[in-house]
Design a protein around this ligand. Structure first.
Ligand code: TRP
Length: 513
């Protein structure tokens, strides 16, 4: 193959809205539905919006502009883009996509599989009168210890196979016919389902008390450092920052793109969705508290507890059409989750294709098979404990470390102003000079502060009460192995030098515009 042919493979979005919906699809995930509302409630209700918005403006928006700008300028996946900055930074791109692909998405897809199981359970409310018992004793049959693996739960394995098949099917079809088309179908359905849940929820008795508890501002919490840490880490996870996804998605954009405006639209839709989904969640919890005569504080939980225990309980209490409500709720979780999981498979595929020029279809297929096999550990009776530990380490340390290095690489080893020039070239709304300062100083400093507080917490007690051996072998080592894999791939030679690959793309683009 000639150099030109080698560089010619890069797919493109068919429409601009397709790109926006795909990135919004990646950003809106399980975290928006079950984590944001709880964080808000726990950290001072409406007052939490203050640290949240600050986190959004000083770290979230600057970093999403950076990632979209970088992918757009370098016309490559995360590894190719960082390698174009400097070969010394290529490992960072690989590490980001490796620990998300071979870490986060492995358990994330198992949670989507649980949601699919619950989607079917909702038809006859199989969880019965005691959803907490049903979840741990009947559904997961959890052993309670990460080292007592027990058996694979076939019911979960089965739905996991369906989820990986869907992941494969969508990404296999390519950027335009797969990801773009799926996002154009998924996102409107998700918005419709969520709107129905919110409107339905708000009409229930006690809903307003729930929403009031969710949003009632309590400014006394604002001085608490933990509140700020929660705000910053939520912004990271929710916007898929440090995942290498935005970089890959932006590399399929045409030259004339309003990067600043698009970044604001994506973050705006994502955060508004979180806020509104929270209204739905608390309306339902308010109803539950009302009908079981309990205070709201007794019924609120986060993440897994919220989706698989509190919500099923509330659904069973509904006066009418409770199974339809359950179907809508778990259906929307499946869609929100799938549209996020496909995005990392695309980002990883794009990395491999950029470097090794293997066939895209082959890479997607191999990746989904390995992904499915890797997820199986989370379908065992110890799955929930593994999930808990791996999630803690990858999101608390992997994402934050990756983002710190990202700021250092671009802010200090690359001319950040040059990237700003590129971003502003076609943008109506310009990134101000303050953006440089955010990337070079503010974001890395805040991220280092978060890292230090997490580490202090880590050493003060064993996370989740697990044994130190479990924490080291399952949590910390997962990060180390993915880093090792990233280094090995990064040292492998390129078929076509990343910079040359970019130049051929640029030349190709210039001819078109
Ligand atoms: N932003 C998603 C959320 O809030 C998480 C997410 C985005 C994700 N992309 C992903 C998780 C890829 C796993 C794999 O839930």
């Amino acid at each position: 193959m000639s150099k030109k042919q080698l560089a010619h493979h890069r797919p493109k979005w068919k429409t601009h809205i397709g790109f926006v919906l795909a990135t919004v699809g990646s950003a809106i995930g399980l975290g928006n539905i079950w984590r944001f509302s709880y964080l808000c409630y726990k950290n001072g209700g409406g007052a939490f919006l203050f640290p949240y918005l600050i986190a959004l403006f000083v770290v979230g928006i600057p970093l999403i502009i950076l990632e979209i700008g970088l992918g757009h300028k370098m016309r490559g996946s995360a590894p190719a883009s960082f390698a174009s900055v400097s070969k010394k930074w290529e490992w960072l791109g690989w590490w980001q996509i490796t620990f998300v692909m071979f870490g986060i998405v492995l358990y994330y897809s198992v949670i989507i599989a649980w949601c699919l199981n619950y989607f079917f359970f909702a038809f006859d409310l199989s969880w019965g009168a005691t959803p907490d018992k049903f979840f741990t004793e009947t559904f997961l049959i959890s052993t309670g210890s990460p080292f007592q693996i027990g058996n694979i739960r076939t019911i979960i394995l089965f739905s996991l196979a369906i989820i990986w098949f869907l992941n494969w099917f969508i990404v296999f079809k390519g950027v335009q016919n797969g990801l773009e088309r799926a996002s154009k179908i998924f996102m409107p359905i998700l918005f419709l389902l969520t709107a129905t849940i919110i409107l339905w929820g708000l009409r229930l008795e006690g809903a307003m008390e729930g929403v009031a508890v969710y949003l009632k501002p309590d400014f006394s919490q604002i001085t608490n450092i933990k509140v700020w840490m929660d705000a910053f880490s939520q912004i990271f996870f929710t916007l898929s920052l440090g995942f290498g996804i935005m970089i890959a998605y932006a590399s399929y954009l045409p030259k004339k793109t309003q990067i600043v405006r698009d970044s604001l639209i994506i973050t705006g839709i994502n955060c508004l969705f979180s806020l509104l989904a929270g209204v739905g969640v608390f309306a339902v919890l308010g109803y539950m508290a009302h009908s079981s005569s309990l205070p709201i504080s007794e019924v609120v939980t986060e993440s897994i507890g919220l989706a698989f225990v509190a919500f099923p309980k509330a659904i069973s209490l509904l006066p009418a059409f409770s199974n339809i409500f359950g179907i809508l709720f778990f259906g929307s979780l499946v869609i929100a989750g799938l549209s996020s999981s496909i995005s990392i498979i695309e980002a990883f595929t794009s990395g491999i294709v950029d470097k090794f020029h293997y066939s895209r279809k082959m890479v997607v297929s191999a990746l989904c098979i390995v992904g499915f096999l890797g997820s199986i550990i989370f379908t065992t009776q110890a799955g929930i404990n593994w999930l808990d530990i791996v999630d803690h380490f990858l999101t608390q340390y992997g994402l934050i470390l990756g983002a710190i290095f990202e700021c250092l690489a671009i802010g200090w080893f690359f001319k950040v102003n040059k990237l700003r020039g590129h971003i502003n070239h076609y943008s109506g709304w310009k990134a101000p000079i303050f953006w440089n300062f955010c990337i070079k100083v503010i974001s890395p400093l805040i991220l280092v502060a978060i890292l230090i507080s997490s580490l202090t917490e880590e050493f003060s007690h064993n996370y989740g009460g697990y044994s130190p051996v479990a924490i080291i072998l399952i949590g910390r080592d997962w990060l180390i192995y993915t880093l090792f894999a990233a280094l090995v791939i990064a040292f492998h030679p390129w078929r076509l030098d990343p910079r040359k690959r970019m130049l051929v793309h640029e030349h190709d683009q210039k001819k078109k515009y």
